[in-house]
Design a protein around this ligand. Sequence first.
Ligand SMILES: [Fe+2]
Length: 263
Amino acid sequence: MTTILQITDTHIVGEGRLVSGQLETAGALTRLVDRLKSIRHQIGPVDAVIVSGDLSDDGSKESYARFKALLAPLDLPTFVIPGNHDARDPLRGAFADHLPIAGPLNWVRKIGDVSLVGLDSLVEGHGHGTLSSETLAFLRDALVKADGSAVLLALHHPPFSSGISFMDAIGLTNAQDLRDLVSGYKGELRIVCGHIHSMMVCTFGGHTAISAPSPCSTFAYDNREDSPVGFLTQDDGCLLHRWDAGFQTIRIGPEAGSGPFPF
Ligand SMILES: [Fe+2]
């Protein structure tokens, strides 16, 4: 059994600041970390954490240091990829243990029986995402080397439309390039992403793609073209991905609730 925890879109800022004047994101991440610590004995060993972008809201060095301090109580190997709110070089500097020293922040690690692949879809200064030709070549090579074994592929921008128009306007610009690559992979492959601060599950290139919720906020599922633009304040948890001759994904909500009561 291989277990990988996915946390995304934590939007950490420096001490004393609120995101958009509303969100105390460090408190939200602390609540999630406390919740995860409280159920570690229930969920069993976790092999790694993948943080799928927007660790920071402002890309500052200070925000990355704070993020690392907030996640430290989990005491788990942690791997990151950038989101549109991140800044490539400060992120690279904060996670020099596994991020490349130059170029896009792409990496692959064998975690138990799973090849965990992180892809960089950041276009600095923009909300939308693109997989560069260098990143697509990196993925092509990683899939060849994975050779039909289980692959968990992480990128920040979902390769599917969410139906939330203002988020789809800043989506992945070249999803078809990604589809062309993953559709040829013969093994089990699961795509995990963030960006839309909501859990959605889609078929993509013959595989399953899942977006994870955010610990600090969400967007209303509003399909109208003129849906009000903006986030909702809501702690919304994270995802646990397990591999044991097949993938399973479990959402971990932000609150335990009371009970258990007889049924
Ligand atoms: Fe985000």
